[in-house]
Design a protein around this ligand. Structure first.
Ligand SMILES: Nc1ncnc2c1ncn2[C@@H]1O[C@H](COP(=O)(O)OP(=O)(O)OP(=O)(O)O)[C@@H](O)[C@H]1O
Ligand SMILES: [Mg+2]
Length: 388
């Protein structure tokens, strides 16, 4: 087995005696150490190509104090673990060190055995953090690849097929049109899936740009239902819409709402067999929230301020499809959760649609939940508060 070289530790302290004592002790313990007696020298040594894996950094030093050195090291993406040392310890100081990226903090005077333990712990802690950052970066690269290398070419494929389908390159017959349309539909499914994935990622990172403003919900719902009516007809499924005549405008992000409705209708179509039915209902009611009457489950995490709201819009998408078993009702809103009555993933999809819906509805301060009796269809319900 290869023997790993001793860890290199930089001791930074303006107290030369202290630095020498530390050096002697740590070298005896098998570490390779160097000393810097001020912050500027420490920075030059750390950033000048020396591979130190750890730094023991005194806080009060003339000119450049330890916290400033720590900040500069972290700004330069230095990977070394840092243990701060101070003669006038306080909890506030310790918190400040940790906030600025130190692994640990130790008050002088300290027992060498204690320091040794902390050195080992700090290195492990740093290595875990580095690994986490590497995985984060990998994830970031993957999402970038999804949007650039997969979504963009897919859009180009749709464009090209569409040109042929429209007969712009020569005559196409009905049967060919149908095949080309089905190719376009499949590409669109992949794009929706990628969009869901990218949006959930944005939501999680707090980078989802939502334009929440008062919108005409009726218009949005009518539009999405109209988009799905052809597919429903094609699949032999009755799709109907019941809209309350007094729907008020509501504060939402229009694009996200279109995507929510698209995901819900897409699911109902996917899980409802030929001859089935899908009903979209949207009603408005004015009274304090009766969570029991509405049967809002606990997992739907009702926002606290809901008890003060008296006006709500409720959207329901009900289908007569295969239904969802009661133990799955909560889980289907988690990412990548798919319930299959049979084996395999015969219906396609990634299990992201409802996770997207939940994120989006909650960002409108609403709640979403599912009701179903297995085998007797499902209903997804969204409750959105109306601003007073
Ligand atoms: N209307 C429905 N009827 C029956 N089951 C449903 C219905 N809607 C959702 N489900 C169940 O919930 C799971 C999660 O739904 P979700 O929309 O998140 O994912 P998906 O449709 O499988 O994939 P994606 O939306 O990413 O294409 C589905 O796989 C299915 O098992
Ligand atoms: Mg779906």
């Amino acid at each position: 087995m290869a023997v790993s070289p001793p860890q290199k530790i930089l001791i930074v302290d303006d107290d030369a005696d202290m630095a020498t004592a530390l050096k002697l002790y740590l070298e005896e313990e098998g570490y390779d150490t160097s000393v810097a007696n001020d912050g500027k020298t420490a920075l030059e040594m750390m950033l000048g190509g020396n591979r130190f894996s750890q730094v023991l950094l005194d806080i009060s030093m003339p000119n450049l104090d330890g916290i400033t050195v720590l900040k500069l090291l972290r700004d330069s993406n230095c990977d070394a673990s840092v243990i701060m040392m101070s003669g006038h310890g306080s909890e506030d100081l310790a918190v400040e060190c940790m906030k600025n990226g130190a692994e640990d903090y130790i008050s002088k005077p300290f027992a060498m055995a204690d320091l040794l333990q902390r050195i080992k712990r700090a290195r492990n802690h740093r290595l875990t953090l580095i690994e986490k950052m590497r995985l984060e970066q990998e994830k970031e690269d993957f999402y970038l690849m999804l949007s650039h290398d997969l979504k963009n070419p897919m859009t180009a494929v749709i464009g090209s097929i569409d040109i042929i389908r429209e007969g712009r390159l020569g005559p196409v017959n009905e049967e060919q049109i149908e095949y080309l349309q089905s190719a376009i539909d499949s590409c669109n499914e992949v794009i929706t899936m990628i969009n869901n994935l990218l949006d959930i990622r944005r939501f999680e990172a707090g980078k989802m740009p939502l334009a929440i403003r008062h919108c005409n919900l009726e218009e949005i719902i009518r539009k999405v239902v109209a988009q799905f009516s052809q597919t429903a007809e094609h699949d032999g499924i009755r799709l109907s819409l019941n809209l309350d005549s007094s729907l008020p405008d509501i504060a939402i992000d229009q694009k996200a709402m279109v995507r929510i409705m698209g995901n819900l209708l897409g699911n109902s179509l996917k899980f409802t067999p030929l001859g089935g039915e899908i009903v979209v209902t949207c009603d408005y009611f004015e009274n304090s929230l009766d969570t029991q009457r509405l049967r809002i489950p606990i997992y739907a995490s009702i926002p606290k301020h809901f008890s003060e709201i008296t006006r709500f819009v409720r959207i329901r998408v009900r289908d007569s499809g295969i239904g969802i078993p009661s133990q799955e009702l909560k889980r289907i809103f988690d990412r990548y959760e798919q319930y299959r009555s049979g084996s395999g993933r015969e219906q396609g999809g990634a299990g992201l649609g409802l996770a997207f819906c939940k994120w989006a509805v909650e960002s409108f301060d609403g709640v979403i939940w599912a009701e179903s009796e297995n085998g007797k269809g499902s209903e997804i319900i969204i409750l959105l508060p109306c601003s007073e």
